[in-house]
Design a protein around this ligand. Sequence first.
Ligand code: M6R
Length: 608
Amino acid sequence: MCGIVGFTGSQKAAPLLLDGLKKLEYRGYDSAGIATLGEDGIHMEKAAGKIKNLDGKIQGGETLPGLSGVGHTRWATHGAPTDVNAHPHLSNDGKFALVHNGIVENYVALREELMAKGFQFKSETDTEVVVNLLELYYDGDMKDAVLKTVARLEGAYALGVLCREERGRVITARQAAPIILGVGKGENYFASDVTALVAHTKDVIYLDDGEIADLTPDGITIYDTSGKVLEKTVERVTWDVAAAEKGGYEHFMLKEIMEQPAALRSTIEPRIQNGEIVLDQFSLTDADLKKINKIMITACGSAFYAGSVGKYVIEELCRIPVEADLASELRYRNPLVDEHTLLVVVSQSGETADTIAAMKECKARGARVLAIVNVVGSTIARLADDVIYTWAGPEIAVATTKGYTTQVAVMDMLAVYMARRLGRLEDAVYHQMVEELLRLPELVQRSIEINPALQSLAEKYHSHNDIFFIGRNLDYAACLEGSLKLKEISYLHSEAYAAGELKHGTIALIERDRPVIALACCEVLLDKMLSNIQEVKARGAEVLAVVLEGEEKIVHEADDVILIPKTHPLLNSVAEVVPLQLFAYYMAKSNGCDIDKPKNLAKSVTVE
Ligand code: M6R
C-alpha cells in the first residue's frame, strides 16, 4: 500500500527520495510524487502510474533542488489515481507539503469546517484536509502545528511534513500505519519500511502509534501527542541491501521461491537444539498452557491459509479445539474469547490492518496473543505478548512464497512443541517429527528438482480460464494457497474446494477439458480422493494430480502429475505448496502478467 519516505541532510534530497520510493514500489501503488525544499521554496512533482513516469519528469531527481524533502507512492483509496490526487499535497498558502498513508475517517466533517473558513480543495483525497489543518494551526513552529493537527484526526495515518518556513526540518507522525526512522550521520530519514532505509543506514527507530518525530540533519526528537519528549531505543537492522535485490533472477517471486530452503533453514535450525524444539519466545508456563481451552488462529490471505494448515496440525497433535478465522471477519463477530484462549496471529508484514484490528479485539477480551511475524519491529510484533519470527528475510514480490512456507513451518513446530509440553506426544513420534522438521529445507529443494516440467505444464494449461483445486484435510489447506497464488499473479479464475464438497454444487461447473488440480498427499484419504478424481474425470475434466513420490494409485488416473517428496503425514504442507507456487509463476509468465506487482494488489494491506 502507500509508501512514505522523508530525508534531511547535506545531500540533494530528490534522488535519494526517488531511490527510496523505488524500494517501496513492491508495496503496490498507482501514482507517485516528491516535494523538496529549495532556497526559493517548495518544489514538487507528481505523476500517475509507475515511478518511471515521475522519474522522467524530474530527471532522476535532478530538477528538484533542496536538501530535505518527502516522497510518496499512493495506492488510491479516496479518488482515482491521477496526477491531482497523487501526493504530496500543498496547503492553500503553499507553506506545507504533505504525504499521507492511511485513511482519515472524519475528513468530510473537517473538509466542511475548513471550507467554511475559506479553504479550497483541488483533489478528491482525504489528505488535503490534513495539509490545510497544518496551515490553519501554523504559528511559527511546524511541530506545534503537527501536534494540533493530529489531535483532530480520526482513523489511520502516517504523515510526512515539509514546511517552506523551516529549512532542514521534516516531521513525521504515526497512528496505525508504520513509520521507521533511519538514523544517519549528519542526515536522517524516515520511511514506511526498512527496505527504503538499509542502503543508507541500518540504525533505526520504530515509531509507535501516537508518536511524532522531528528530524533535522543533526538529530531526531520524538514526542508523544501531548508534546512530551520521549526516549526511544536505536535498533540495528539485520537485513542487507542484497537481500532486497533480484540477484540475477527475472523476478523477485522466482528468487523468493528459490530462497525457500535457506529461509526454512534459518527459521527452523536455530530452534532445534540437541533434538529438542526450543521456543524461547513462547513464554507460557506448563500451567498456563494447561489452562488454554481454545486456540484461535487469525490472519488474512495466504497467512490465513498458513493458519488453516496450523488448525489441522495443532488440533490433531495437541487435542485442543482450534478455530481459524479470517481477521476481517473475526473482528466483527463478537468472538467467544477469554483468558483461556490462545490467539495465534500470523502475518508476514506485521502491518495488516484487519489482522491488527482482530488482534486488538481479542486481546481486549483477555486472550493471550502469540504472533508469527516476519518483519522485526512491526506493529503486530510489538503488540503481541510473544513473537516467533519467521526468518525469511525481506519478501518483495506481492505474492508471498517464502513468507508463507516459513509460517507453515513455524505452525508445524509450534504444534509439535505444544503437544510435547502438554504430554500428548509419544517420545518416539516427537523425535521422528523433530527430525522431519529439520528435513523440510531439503524436501523443498527436492520438490523443485523432481518437477522439471512445471513450465511446460503451465504452457499446456495457461489458456484455460477456470481452474479448480480440490483436496481434503491438509491438502485442502494447500489448495486454498495454490489457488490464491494462481489467481493473484496470473489473473486466471480459480477455485479451491474441499474435494468431498464438490458433489454438493460445484461439480455442475466441471465439463470437458476443465483443468482440475487434485492434491492427494493425505495418505489416509487417498481412496476418497481417488473417487473424487474419478467423479470429475467422468465429466471430462483434465486432471493434474499432486501426489507423494512412489504413490501409484492416483498417478494412473491423472493426465499430468506433480510429485511431492514424502515426510511425516502432518508435515507435508510445506513441500507440497512449492511446485504450486512455481506452476502459478509460470502460468503468469505465459500470460505475460506483471508477476511481482500484480494489478490492484498491495504487498502490505494497511487499510481495512
Ligand atoms: O503481511 P500479511 O501476511 O499480514 O499479509 C496478508 C495477506 O495480505 C497476504 O498474505 C496476501 O494474501 C498475499 N498477497 C498473498 O500472496
